[in-house]
Design a protein around this ligand. Structure first.
Ligand code: NAD
Length: 464
């Protein structure tokens, strides 16, 4: 770092400014990034105590500052994420950052509730847990860190992030920017911290540290199981395999457009994205025709389908080399050249095909024919594997829409729209990147990161 100064006051002032801006680390914190897990948690604990003893106005200021500061870095984080992980699409990731900053609820989410009567006044309040350990995925690394930070701080907590090692730089950069935002408004240092070298061992240390009062895991089944067996309060946001059912009453042109848009969004990385189509026989051909008009490439050749299968799935799991990659790139690897307009590879399969039963996280979309909507509901339910995560349907039949919603039991159910409408993009409701099906919080927000506490005043204060 170079700067010109004339006297000692100027040097001190400049250093203070650089520290505030986050260019220089203070002694105990490198903008929230620590080498040692226990030290990071000790510092986060101190920060949480400061936050909890401050006015709520401070939390408001911090949340607003995170939104304002990070909105100038949406493209930077999107580009960094794609570059580092090799997954996703920059424009879609940028949009994800924008919605997470705009539509993640803040303090307004923490509603108090009161009972009053002859025996006095009892108030139910939402109180912080303390320091939360949040484990974040490679598929939405910075989006999840921003989303969790806003909700967790709004609820009065500090947080230590355990990012996916494959998204280390993106995650650290996000934590640094959040620290910058907190410092700008005079918030405590180290309210949001992380580890310079994320690893499973460091995550295990976070889970075991006695000062961690809540664990929040956003990722695959392994990590959700780990936090749920920790003996601590845990929120698990796990994998899905969202089906989309299309029946003969649907607006097929719109369904085709929505399915291609939702499935190809960020190259199918979102856990909510369409992962397989279940369509009624009488409309399948027209649906495929319309999907082709909207950027889908229909793969028919049996040999090429086998080639694709052996390439993208290894021992039943998606090969990381193809996860989140462009459809154009994947097709090129099996010898097919297409234009940039192609965003999804579609193919007809049986309901038992590995492409249908596996969460692929890439723009390869199997289509399964069924004789009618009732059979479709059964097939969609089987393919979702009881994960109760997300499902979509295109239909105008109220009975089928109702039956599907009831049978699927998913946390998110989108009717007549693309999957991302379920997280507030073109659909009503707030945004989150931590969708907690297994532990039941659903689309998490500040109140999910708060404890329910009761304060009872006996014999007074009722004015009924
Ligand atoms: P992943 O499970 O490989 O990793 C997620 C996080 O868990 C990472 O930080 C990783 O380091 C950590 N981790 C993995 N196994 C662990 C273990 N045994 N102990 C401790 N930590 C462990 O997932 P990913 O590939 O980064 O993300 C994709 C998966 O996450 C998909 O299955 C997707 O559906 C799911 N996901 C779910 C949500 C949701 O809100 N429900 C959101 C995003 C992603």
């Amino acid at each position: 770092m170079e700067f010109e100064v004339n006297n000692i006051e100027e040097i001190v002032e400049l250093i203070m400014k650089k520290m505030t801006e986050g260019d220089i680390a203070s002694n105990n914190s490198k903008n929230g990034v620590f080498n040692n897990v226990d030290e990071a948690i000790d510092e986060a604990k101190k920060a949480q105590e400061i936050l909890f003893s401050s006015k709520l106005e401070m939390r408001e200021k911090i949340v607003t500052s995170i939104r304002d500061t990070l909105k100038n870095h949406t493209l930077e984080l999107a580009e960094l994420g794609v570059r580092e992980t090799g997954m996703g699409r920059v424009a879609d990731k940028e949009l994800k950052h924008k919605i997470v900053l705009e539509k993640t609820p803040g303090l307004e989410d923490l509603k108090a509730f009161a009972y009053s009567g002859d025996d006095g006044l009892t108030v139910m309040e939402l109180s912080p847990y303390g320091v939360i350990g949040a484990i974040t995925p490679s598929t939405n690394p910075s989006e999840t860190i921003i989303c969790n930070s806003i909700g967790m701080i709004a609820a009065g907590n500090a947080v230590i992030f355990a990012p996916h090692p494959g998204a280390k730089k993106t995650s650290i950069r996000t934590v640094e920017l959040i620290n910058e935002a907190i410092k700008k408004v005079g918030g405590p240092d180290n309210l949001v911290v992380t580890i310079a070298e994320p690893s499973i061992e460091n995550t295990e240390k976070i889970i075991a540290n006695p000062n961690i009062k809540m664990l929040v895991a956003t990722g695959g089944p392994g990590v959700v199981k780990t936090v749920m067996s920790s003996g601590k309060k845990a929120i698990g946001a796990g994998a899905g395999n969202p089906p989309v059912l299309v029946d003969e009453t649907a607006d097929i042109e719109k369904a085709a457009k929505d399915i291609v848009a939702g499935c190809s969004f960020d190259n199918n990385l979102p856990c909510i994205a369409e992962k397989e189509v279940v369509a009624v026989d009488s409309i399948v051909n027209y649906l495929i025709f319309e999907m082709q008009k909207n950027g889908a490439y229909l793969l028919k050749d049996k040999e090429l389908i086998e080639k694709l299968l052996s390439m993208v799935l290894k021992n039943g799991s998606p090969d990381r080399k193809y996860v989140g990659k462009d459809a154009k790139y994947i097709l090129k690897q099996i010898g097919i050249e297409v234009s940039d307009e192609i965003k999804v590879i579609i193919l007809e399969t049986s309901k038992e095909h590995p492409f249908a039963v596996t969460e692929l996280l890439m723009p390869v979309l199997p289509i399964i024919r069924v004789k009618d909507a009732l059979e479709g509901i059964k097939v969609a339910k089987d393919l979702e594997h009881g994960l109760r995560h997300t499902a979509m349907i295109h239909s105008k039949n109220i009975d089928i829409l109702t039956k599907y919603a009831r049978e699927m039991e998913t946390t998110i159910l989108v009717k007549n729209g693309p999957s991302y409408a379920g997280i507030g993009v073109g659909g009503e409701g707030h945004t989150t990147f931590t969708i907690a099906g297994p532990t039941g919080e659903g689309l998490t927000s500040a109140k999910s990161f708060a404890r329910n506490r009761r304060c009872v005043l006996v014999g007074g204060f009722s004015i009924k």
